[in-house]
Design a binder for this molecule. Structure first.
Ligand code: FPP
Length: 254
């Protein structure tokens, strides 16, 4: 009851006319959350799914157009085999289970990363849901899966080089906009706000190019405890910051 009353306060403080168009989140702290409760890491991931649901709902509700969640990094493949397969299983299960909710809420599912490296079951569930929700317009929910920004940029550089060799491009045509068109995120605006939970202050190979002008927000809350109240609070803080994009305060207020 108390949390709900607080939730309403943060939601009411959000200025709907100055929403971040795109929020990107590094969901961190599932393992520590489980450990604190004397449970296995997988228990933390399972409870992290509820936070994914809450945050997606909150963003759609308030009018955020793009939400990108870092669900599995290229480096996460190095975790114990049991944890990796449990995460993949959970992913396939969750995507299948949530398809109705996505449709009901007019949310489009999208994925970035090396999707072909996922096990068949997760890959198929993902492809099916992406296809089924592709006409939805309220919000795009992107899962970064087997995603690594350095790998993404490396692939972009390779493809640009190949297009130059094939005479489709000239080296002089290469500029930041063009590079953006060779990234997984080519049809999305860059994130305005990047949130990382669990008290870590790193970007960990997440959207390195795209976060150039994003506001960073760090919170000690562990991901399974992250809820609507938390995301509204982050948006309120974002709205109190001044985004200068390299200009001076005076220029911004001219
Ligand atoms: C980080 O916590 C979390 C992950 C690597 C996985 C995130 C996955 C989920 C929230 C569940 C499935 C997601 C979807 C989209 C259905 P950690 O394990 O690194 O925590 P720690 O730093 O405390 O060890």
């Amino acid at each position: 009851m108390k949390a709900e009353a607080k939730n309403i306060i943060y939601k009411e403080l959000v200025d709907k006319d100055r929403l971040p168009e795109h929020i990107a989140i590094i969901m961190d702290g599932n393992g520590r959350w489980a450990k604190q409760k004397g449970k296995l890491r997988v228990f933390g991931h399972k409870n992290g799914v509820q936070a994914v649901r809450e945050v997606s709902e909150a963003c759609a509700e308030i009018g955020v157009k793009y939400l990108t969640l870092y669900a599995f990094s290229t480096e996460n493949w190095n975790r114990p085999q049991l944890e990796v397969s449990a995460l993949m299983e959970l992913l396939a299960l969750t995507i299948k289970r949530e398809i109705k909710t996505l449709q009901k809420n007019n949310i489009r599912l999208n994925a970035i990363g090396n999707i072909d490296s996922l096990p068949e079951k997760s890959r198929e569930a993902l492809k099916e849901t992406i296809e089924a929700t592709k006409q939805n317009t309220r919000m795009t929910l992107t899962l970064a899966l087997s995603y690594g920004s350095q790998e993404e940029i490396t692939n972009a550089v390779k493809n640009i080089a190949l297009d130059c060799l094939a005479d489709k491009l000239k080296p002089n045509d290469i500029n930041p906009e063009l590079i953006g068109q060779y990234l997984y995120t080519k049809n999305m605006p860059n994130p305005d706000l990047m949130i990382r939970t669990s008290g870590e202050h790193r970007v960990s190979n997440f959207l390195l190019w795209q976060l150039a002008y994003a506001e960073f927000y760090f919170t000690p809350v562990l991901w399974p405890d992250y809820n609507k109240e938390c995301i509204f609070q982050a948006i309120v803080e974002y709205q109190q910051r001044e985004r200068r994009f390299g200009k001076t305060t005076e220029q911004i207020h001219q």
